[in-house]
Design a protein around this ligand. Structure first.
Ligand code: GLA
Length: 398
């Protein structure tokens, strides 16, 4: 009982500390829509399939989410990104591409719901989407009503072709339109961090992109796309803006898409848990090898991501190509990442004092990837970290 009370008090304290972040906004203050109290988990078409999508692919992926064990691990949302749209009809109502989605979106939503999953679509705050399909500008309430009629549970809302629109105002209109439907719809803001949404988007949306697009590489920029570790760098310092109902979104997972090795993919999954990021898989779930499935369904790493305290982690130390990141958990443990950015294995150390514990404290250490438990570890923990790799542990003070 005392434990539950302590946990509730901790949660309340976080909510109170974070309150003023949105209360000071000049534009309308929205109450929480009550959704996404932990980061959303699901699958999205874009990273693997871009515009090569159709209703059969979506059904196959919904099936694969169930048969692969992903649903049991917590993945819930089946999200159709850009390119599902056809033209607007005579009433201005948006319709799906009739060749690719001949059965219509209501039927597809029903199929997804029939698998015990939730259904999401994509639109854009401008006149066109990034792939030049119809955008929602000027049709926000009409589009939101259409999505609700289809049974949509999640909307990703992009920022292409928005001209001089003000992001806070534009996302606010769609936020209000979604609420006016009366249907609970998670609102994913894909504004790429341009207008610093972490400063104002709490309660406008449930998640906001903090960067331009991710690519299936460890590092380096190509056009507007960035490597995984570069995206991690861009999220340093943003943890304090996230919490239950409103999350930083460093873009979707690339795990299983073939451009990185398993150390790098484990690093992406570990960091997305550390950052309290949405876990949106982006690979071909119907043709996924065992290693990919094992990474995406690591229950201990997912538990860190979904921790009910909802405090995101941040970098606490940087020494050359080594970094230490930490995230407090509801039960008093800390989740810690030792990151090795170099191309050779190195031994790395975290001192308990760096986690706010007494220098000579004793703690139980659990490695979330090797599953090794080390009991009563005094003062510090050291481990060998693979190149472009992480060791991710939880630290339980005794
Ligand atoms: C933008 C977004 C991506 C994706 C594409 C679709 O680049 O940032 O996540 O939705 O558009 O065209």
């Amino acid at each position: 009982m005392l434990r539950i009370f302590t946990q509730l008090t901790a949660l309340l304290a976080v909510l109170m500390i974070q309150g003023p972040l949105w209360a000071e906004d000049a534009l309308p203050i929205r109450a929480s829509n009550g959704l996404a109290l932990t980061p959303p988990m699901g699958w999205n078409t874009w990273n693997k399939f871009q515009c090569n999508i159709n209703e059969q692919l979506i059904r196959n992926m919904a099936d694969a989410l169930v048969t692969s064990g992903m649903k049991a691990a917590g993945y819930q949302y089946v999200l159709i990104d850009d390119c599902w749209q056809g033209a607007r009809d005579a009433h201005g109502d948006i319709q799906p591409d009739p060749k690719r989605f001949p059965s219509g979106m209501k039927a597809l939503g029903d199929y997804v719901h029939g698998r015990g999953l939730k259904f999401g679509v994509y639109s854009d705050a401008g006149v066109m989407t990034c792939a030049k399909r119809a955008g929602s500008q000027g049709h926000e309430y009409q589009d939101a009503a259409q999505y609700a009629a289809w049974g949509v549970d999640y909307l990703k809302y992009d920022w292409c072709y928005t001209g001089k629109r003000n992001a806070q105002e534009a996302y606010g209109v769609m936020a209000d339109a979604l609420r006016a439907t009366g249907r609970p719809i998670v609102f994913s803001m894909c504004e790429w961090g341009t207008a610093k949404p972490w400063l104002w988007a709490r309660n406008t949306g449930n998640l906001w992109r903090t960067t331009e697009d991710i690519r299936d590489n460890w590092d380096g920029k190509e056009r507007w796309m960035h490597g995984v570790i570069d995206i991690v760098d861009m999220n340093v310092g943003l943890a304090k803006y996230a919490g239950p109902g409103g999350w930083n979104d460093p873009d979707m997972l690339e795990i299983g898409n073939g451009g990185m090795n398993d150390n790098e993919y484990r690093a992406q999954f570990s960091f997305w848990a550390m950052l309290a990021a949405p876990l949106i898989a982006g690979n071909d779930l119907a043709h996924m090898d065992e290693k990919t499935a094992a990474i995406l369904t690591n229950a201990d790493v997912i538990a860190v991501n979904q921790d009910a305290l909802g405090r995101a982690g941040d970098r606490i130390a940087k020494m050359g190509e080594g970094e230490i990141w930490a995230r407090p958990l509801l039960d008093g443990r800390s989740a810690v990442i030792l990151l090795n950015r170099s191309t050779a294995a190195v031994t790395m150390t975290v001192n308990w004092a760096q986690l706010g514990l007494a220098e000579d404290a004793n703690a139980d250490v659990f490695d979330l990837w090797s599953k090794k438990l080390s009991k009563s570890v005094k003062t510090r923990f050291s481990a060998e970290v693979q190149p472009h790799g992480v060791v991710m542990i939880t630290v339980q003070p005794r």
